[in-house]
Design a protein around this ligand. Structure first.
Ligand SMILES: [Zn+2]
Ligand SMILES: [Zn+2]
Length: 146
């Protein structure tokens, strides 16, 4: 490597790491998706932050894209789409003890209440209080991080 190469090395060494902003695919109108910043909340004790590596396009995403609606749900303000996702654990909350940064994970797209009859009976998918990725008002997972 010549003098030029050494100079470049010197510059690279001093360069500050680029803090990359989290971006996501927002559905903003019929057939209109925009890539916009997606600010994540700070990590709670039972939360995990994941660097997303893959996201499936669900039938409901397509319904929302074409009509802004799916079943009884309607997108009234910009919403990040994307349900089924997989990625790498980046950070874990203080109470999380079954995952560590670096773990590869497939993510269950819904969080159930764990208190109702359906949840207690093991049919949490029927929970009336289920919160799903990409179901208003909950944002989805088509993002760099969730
Ligand atoms: Zn889905
Ligand atoms: Zn429930």
């Amino acid at each position: 490597m010549g003098k030029g190469g050494q100079k470049i090395y010197g510059l690279a060494k001093k360069a500050k790491p680029v803090q990359q902003e989290n971006m996501a695919a927002y559905l903003v109108d019929v057939n209109t998706i925009k890539i916009l910043p997606f600010k994540l909340p700070s990590i709670g004790p039972n939360d995990v932050r994941i660097r997303i590596k893959a996201v499936g396009i669900c039938g409901s995403d397509v319904h929302y894209l074409k009509t802004m609606k799916c079943a009884d749900f309607e997108v009234k303000e910009p919403m990040v789409i994307g349900h089924e996702c997989a990625g790498i654990v980046d950070k874990v909350g203080s109470e999380v003890n079954h995952l560590v940064p670096g773990d590869r994970v497939a993510v269950e797209p819904g969080i159930s209440c764990s208190r109702c009859q359906q949840c207690k009976g093991g049919q949490y998918n029927l929970c009336p209080d289920m919160k799903f990725f990409a179901t208003p008002p909950v944002h989805g997972s088509l993002a760099n991080q969730v």
